[in-house]
Each structure stands twice: as structure tokens, then as C-alpha cells.
Ligand binder design. Structure first.
Ligand code: CFM
Length: 536
């Protein structure tokens, strides 16, 4: 703790006492004063948001359509619902994609929607949905169409799966539906799971033609925000590692179909795609482990893990050579910037993985993370996968289908024997240690941060940079604290890999060292505040 910094325990009590007691009791379990990596406290996560607290969360449809399937360029992702929901369908998430030729299909700049009207709500929307499929097929001749359900679809009972089957038959292309109505889960996390299930059921395993290459991997949970995937593709190519499939940054339908041909699954964002990793292991025998390409050191570590897995000396040497070369540039920039960022304080409240990963980048700059949390992470994302068996299944989690996956006898091929897996145990197969293990004692870990809690963090700690999303951005900046979006990168990036790390160091240096913020007065500094307490 820096001098004169408020004790986190006191901060927590101050915040909780302002809530009505029932709400205070609920929030108490989601706000953890971290007792250090050796003594991880249970956190309440993935439960319903308290109405009115102003959550950062999104909906199930956003997780399915926007996050997991959204970055695929050659599937027509058709939203079945009112046009408002389709704002999400229209490049709002800054995924980038690079078709091989200008003629190659790329539908990412389109917004496909059935534009449901009142009459469809009353009389049903299936006919309109069929028409939309036919129209999309006629206009674009896509390889596949994905149909995404918004809230009204579930409320009126349109059967998107029946329509998908019928249209698949009629049009002769792969068409599949998702029951990802916005209300289906407590956040977008449910949508990830539904998308994972759909990909397993309808797409993965359809095509056995894999690209040439001795070391074939799938990259799971990398969505090419701000060009991150391009940087990772560059690094893999330099190392001689073949990227078979990417879920789903810069991806195509063909890549998804051949995902079962890889020798290894590496998982970036555990929250959004761990289900696919697990299911592919069972069905096809592909092992998986967690990697992190946010941060130069962790990128190097992840590359070494991949090389170790394949065990090929030539690959190992080449990876070392690449790391040495890249680190030379990284180090040069760090040496210059570090003195200006050292000791500064960051806070980050993002999604279900970045609040963990980005702490690495900040620590490379000598900055500490005083407080962090996920919008929709589960306990395993905080405390590590070992707590999964102890997570209570509630009505909301039971709502999401759990697929029963059997071994595919014709395509199952264990990439490593049990003995080999055991010998490589240090790589951490099937495991993720979560965020808290990497955080210092006395930090504040907060799940589903409320707007009020955010204001109190800023008011009482004055962090040097606050990281979250567009909903928080201008509220934070009005309080005179620089704000960095870690969802869209504020139109910057890439931040993954080595070149990405360099971009990040430079951006953060600019952000935390500009003097303009000192000229802004927060509302409570500029005017008198009237405070009141409940009489009852
Ligand atoms: Fe995974 Fe993501 Fe994230 Fe996520 Fe997201 Fe995202 Fe995110 Mo925004 S899949 S959990 S649902 S890393 S859209 S690319 S930035 S909240 S931290």
C-alpha cells in the first residue's frame, strides 16, 4: 500500500454501508479484500445482477452472436429480432478480419436482421425468418447461415432450430440456430456457452482437410480486437507453428470445420471458450492448456509452452531465436518508458479474462493493479478451475444446455499418450489458475462492479488509469481520471504479442503522463454535495 492510501477493508465498509442492507449483504460476497495468492477467498460470481446498480454487463445474445460467432467473416450471422438488437451485429466490437483476396467473402460490415415488427410478435416470425434466409442466400451464396435469437423470439416461441433444419434442406448449405435469447442467462457468459455448443454440434469436424505443417495448433478465445490476431499470426509464422483454426478472430467457416485436425488447443480467453476445448479433448483427443499472449513476458512463456509440448528441438531453437529477437525491441521501449510509469496505479474491470491478462502488461511497466474484477467471470476465472466441482448450480446455470460428448470413434486420435501427458504435466493441461493467484495481498477484487462502487474507487483512490468499456469511459474521464478501454482499445492496438506490448507501453505512457487530467475537476470537487441518510 502506498502512503496515505485508504485501507481496502475500510473502503469496502464505506461502500457497503451506503446500500440498503439487503443489497449490502449481497454485494459483500462479491467484493473481496484479497488475502494473497496463498489464501484465496471465495468470491460470489456469475449470479444475477441486482436491478438498478448499473452493471457493466451485456446479454446472452451479445455473448453468442457478438463475441463468439461475430468475428467469422464468411458466415451470414442473421439476427432474428427487432432491429435495435442488431446494433450489435454491425462491427460494434472492432474485430478485424483479412480476407485473402478482395473477392473473398466478408460479411462483417453487413448487418443481417429479420427486423421483427409488432405483427411478427403477435402472429409469429418464422415465415419472415425463412424469407430472410432465402434472401441472404440469393444475394450472397454464403457457405453457412447462423441464426441468433433475441429476447422476443423466446417469448413468442419461434422455433429457430426447426427453421434452420428446413432451410438447410431447401438451400443446401449449413444453417444452424442458437437459442441465445438475451435473458437466457445472467450475462453474456451464457451466450458463449450456447455458441460453443452450437459450433460443436453443427460445424466442428465436418472437414478433414488440414493445412500443411508439422506443428498445428488451434487458438481458442482470441477475437482479433484491434488486430491482436494478426500479431499472433505473425509470431506463429515466424516460429514455424501452423495456425489451423482461430476461435474466432480472423476466422472462416472452413477453419471451424477442420478444427479437429489440430494437434493442440491453446486457450487465451478461458471464460468464453473453455467448453470447446474440453469437448474437443473428449471427442477428438486434442489436449489443451491455457496461454496468455498479453504481455511480452507471458507471450514468450506461452511460445515456450507450445514448443515444449511438441518437444521438437528445431522448433524450440527457433522459438528461442524469435523471442530473443522480439525481446530486444521490447526491452528498448520498456527501458525508456519504465521510469515514467513505475509505481503508478491501475484498476481494471473488464469482461471475463482481460482484467487478469492486462495486469501482466501493467506490471511490465512497473505499475500495480490495486483493484480488478470481471463483469461476468465465474468463480473459476477468479479462484482457478479446481473450484469448479464446488460451484453451486442454480436455476440460471441449469438453463444452459450441457452437451453430452462422446468419443468420435472414427476421428478420435489421442495426440499424446497418458504417459507423455504426465511427463509434460508442468504445462498445466486442463487447468487455469484464475486471476486472484496473480494479485497481491490487500488488493480489491470485485465482481460485477456497480457504477456507485466505480465512483467510490475513483474518488477514494485516484488511480492513474482506469480500464473498462465505453459505458464507463466518459463518466470516469469527467472525474479527471484517464480511462483506457480494454474492449475496443480506444481504436488503438494491437496489444497482444510483442509488437502489441510495445504499442501498449507507448499508449499507457501517454495516458498516465499527460497533464490535461489535472485541469479537470470532478463534480464533487467543483460543487457542494448534499448527503442524506435513510431515516428508517
Ligand atoms: Fe473473453 Fe473477449 Fe474477454 Fe469476452 Fe467480451 Fe471482448 Fe472482453 Mo468485451 S471473449 S471474456 S465477452 S476476452 S467482448 S474479446 S473485450 S467483455 S474481457
Amino acid at each position: 500500500m502506498a502512503k496515505n492510501e485508504m485501507d481496502p477493508q475500510r473502503w469496502k465498509q464505506e461502500v457497503l454501508k451506503k446500500y440498503p442492507s439487503k443489497i449490502g449483504k449481497k454485494r459483500d460476497k462479491s467484493i473481496i479484500v484479497h488475502d494473497g495468492p496463498e489464501n484465496i477467498t471465495q468470491i460470489q460470481a456469475n449470479v444475477r445482477t441486482i436491478p438498478g446498480i448499473i452493471t457493466q454487463r451485456g446479454c446472452t445474445y451479445a455473448g453468442c452472436k457478438g463475441v463468439v460467432l461475430g468475428p467469422t467473416r464468411d458466415i451470414v450471422n442473421l439476427v432474428h429480432g427487432p432491429i435495435g438488437c442488431s446494433f450489435y451485429a454491425w462491427l460494434t466490437r472492432r474485430n478485424q478480419t483479412l480476407p485473402p483476396t478482395p473477392e473473398s467473402p466478408n460479411y462483417m460490415m453487413y448487418s443481417f436482421s429479420t427486423d421483427m415488427q409488432d405483427s411478427n410478435i403477435v402472429f409469429g416470425g418464422e415465415i419472415k425468418l425463412k424469407q430472410a434466409c432465402r434472401e441472404a442466400f440469393e444475394l450472397f451464396k454464403p457457405k453457412a447461415i447462423g441464426i441468433f435469437s433475441t429476447c422476443p423470439v423466446g417469448l413468442i416461441g419461434d422455433d429457430v432450430h426447426a427453421v434452420a433444419r428446413e432451410m438447410k434442406e431447401e438451400l443446401g448449405i449449413n444453417i444452424f440456430g442458437f437459442s441465445c435469447e438475451g435473458y437466457k442467462g445472467v450475462s453474456q457468459s451464457a451466450g458463449h456457452h450456447i455458441a460453443n455448443n452450437g459450433l460443436m454440434k453443427h460445424v466442428i469436424g465436418l472437414n478433414d482437410n488440414a493445412p500443411e505443417g508439422k506443428f498445428k495448433i488451434n487458438m481458442l478465445g482470441e477475437y482479433n480486437i484491434g488486430g491482436d490476431a494478426f500479431e499472433l499470426e505473425r509470431i506463429f509464422e515466424k516460429c514455424g507453428i501452423t495456425l489451423n483454426t482461430s476461435f474466432s478472430g480472423n476466422s472462416t467457416m472452413e477453419q471451424f470445420e477442420r478444427a479437429h485436425m489440430a494437434d493442440l488447443n491453446v486457450v487465451m480467453c478461458h471464460r468464453s471458450i473453455n467448453y470447446v476445448a474440453e469437448m474437443m479433448e473428449k471427442k477428438y483427443g486434442i489436449p489443451w492448456f491455457k496461454v496468455n499472449f498479453i504481455g511480452a513476458e507471458s507471450s514468450a512463456k506461452s511460445l515456450r509452452k507450445i514448443a515444449e509440448y511438441f518437444g521438437d528441438q528445431e522448433l524450440k531453437d527457433r522459438v528461442e531465436k524469435v523471442i530473443a529477437e522480439e525481446m530486444l525491441l521490447v526491452k528498448k521501449v520498456i527501458d525508456e518508458i519504465h521510469p515514467r510509469t513505475d509505481g503508478k496505479m491501475a484498476m481494471m474491470f473488464v469482461g471475463g479474462s482481460r482484467a487478469h491478462h492486462y495486469q501482466e502488461l501493467f506490471s511490465e511497466l512497473g505499475m500495480r493493479t490495486l483493484s480488478a474484477g470481471y463483469e461476468f467471470g465465474h468463480r473459476d476465472d477468479y479462484e482457478g478451475r479446481r473450484v469448479i466441482p464446488t460451484i453451486t448450480v442454480d436455476a440460471d446455470s441449469r438453463n444452459i444446455e450441457e452437451l453430452t460428448i462422446e468419443r468420435d470413434e472414427t476421428k478420435y486420435n489421442p495426440r499424446k499418450t497418458e504417459a507423455e501427458i504426465e511427463a509434460l504435466g508442468g504445462l498445466g493441461f486442463n487447468s487455469y489458475e484464475g486471476m486472484m493467484v496473480d494479485m497481491a495481498k490487500g488488493t480489491l477484487v470485485i465482481d460485477d462492479l456497480s457504477h456507485y462502487e466505480m465512483e467510490k474507487l475513483i474518488e477514494l483512490y485516484h488511480p492513474d488509469v482506469f480500464c473498462a468499456g465505453i459505458k464507463e469511459k466518459y463518466a470516469v474521464q469527467k472525474m479527471g481520471i484517464p480511462m483506457k478501454q480494454l474492449h475496443s482499445y480506444d481504436y488503438g492496438g494491437p496489444y497482444a504479442g510483442f509488437e502489441g506490448a510495445i504499442n501498449f507501453y507507448k499508449d499507457i505512457d501517454m495516458i498516465v503522463n499527460t497533464s490535461v487530467w489535472k485541469l479537470i475537476k470532478a463534480p464533487w470537487e467543483a460543487e457542494a454535495v448534499i448527503e442524506a441518510e435513510y431515516a428508517a
